[in-house]
Every structure is written in C-alpha cells, then in structure tokens.
Design a protein around this ligand. Structure first.
Ligand SMILES: [Fe+2]
Length: 223
C-alpha cells in the first residue's frame, strides 16, 4: 500500500518533530502495511522559499540514509503539499520546477476557512499545464458544497481524502462529507495526512475496507 500524503519528514513543518519521531511514524506505516511513502511537507512558493526547499531536501537525504542504514524495508519519495498561492500558478506558467509527486502529480491545498468560491476559480487554471492536480482533503473545505466539488472534479482534478475524516469522532460533518464523496465515486486516494505518532498518526489499515469497497488503489499512475 502507498500513503501519498504524510508529514513524516522531520523539523520542516508542523509534522514530525525530530528524526526519532519520523522513524517511529515509518514503523507505524509498516504496521499499517504501507510499503511506499510520499513525504509531503507543507510548502508554498511565496517569499523566500529557496531556503525551506533546501532544508526539506537536506532532511530528506538524512532520513533516506538512516532508513538504508537501518535496513528498514520502505520506499520513501519526496513530494510536497503545496498551499495555493498565485505564485504557484505563475511558476507553472513560466515552466519553472515545482516539487511534485511521481508521474507529475501536484498535491495542492487551500486555506480551510474563509476562502469561499475562490477555490473553483483558482484551481481550474492549474489544470491547464502538464501536471495532474490532486486536491488535498476536499472534505475539509466546508465552505465548498458537494456540488462545488463535483464542478472541481469535472476539471480533471483528483481528490485525496484523509483517513481521519472517516473516523466519526473527528468531526461528524467532515465524516459525512467524506462518505458522500466516496459514494459519489469522486475519491481517487485515501491518505493518512499523518502529523505525529500518537493521534494524527499513520492509520491507513483502518480504512482498508473503504479502499476495497470503492476500488481505490492509491496509485499515482501515469494516465
Ligand atoms: Fe497535510
């Protein structure tokens, strides 16, 4: 199994605090039958992003070397969860490099509050380039109706919901939105979006029944 959205890379965002926590989270992924992890730290192309980009790449090498040294059987790939800003669109237009997931997938998030309809207007232009856009946790943008999400889906955007959203105790309304998206056949990926090793931890095994029922493979395929 593959987990395409994780904050396992240490000391680069609000996810893993240090190398030890990252290793702990990787062990939890293995217990959840995950053999391939995409590391997706929060990132934005606003301001002086180059320093953060270097830090992310440096920490990735440290973690990857440690995994090899310890012979841990897991595949790690560096990606990013990119917060939408107009500079992302500008960068795409200029053909500049963007941190992406395998096969030119871009994991894009929007602010969770006070953004309204703008997501529909902002996400469409991103689909006009050679990237496959994945909207991170669409169920969590409660300012978007299911109809809005269907419109976004019609642009060719792929949807990734969080495994925690399928846990009723997290939020009943988000759980219902996630279930609706599944039933409507709109979900392409379920990922953990794990941030640490206790509560928002790797837990994909808990949602394996949904993966099976809705035939979701989580594969970042080429199509
Ligand atoms: Fe995330």
């Amino acid at each position: 199994m593959i987990d395409i959205h994780t904050h396992i890379l240490f000391s680069v965002d609000d996810g893993s605090k240090d190398l030890a926590m990252s290793l702990d989270m990787i062990n939890l992924e293995l217990e959840n039958k995950v053999s391939s992890i995409i590391l997706t730290p929060h990132f934005s192309y606003e301001g002086t992003f180059e320093k953060r980009e270097k830090l992310i790449k440096d920490h990735f090498l440290i973690l990857k070397n440690k995994i090899e040294e310890l012979n841990i059987p897991i595949s790690l790939t560096l990606g990013a969860e990119i917060m939408y800003t107009d500079s992302l669109y500008q960068r795409m237009k200029e053909g500049k490099e963007i941190i992406s997931l395998p096969n030119s997938h871009l994991l894009v998030e929007f602010p969770l509050f006070h953004y309204h309809q703008r997501v529909i207007d902002k996400i469409y232009p991103l689909t006009l380039f050679n990237y496959k856009i994945i909207l991170a946790h669409p169920e969590r943008y409660e300012y978007l109706t299911i109809e809005d999400l269907k419109e976004i889906k019609s642009f060719g955007v792929k949807f990734q919901i969080n495994s925690t959203s399928l846990n009723k105790s997290f939020s009943k309304s988000i759980y219902q939105r996630a279930k609706t998206l599944l039933k409507e056949g709109l979900v392409d990926f379920i990922a953990s979006d794990c941030h640490e090793n206790k509560i928002k931890k790797p837990n994909l095994l808990e949602v394996s029944k949904y993966l099976k029922k809705y035939k979701i493979t989580n594969n970042l395929s080429d199509e």
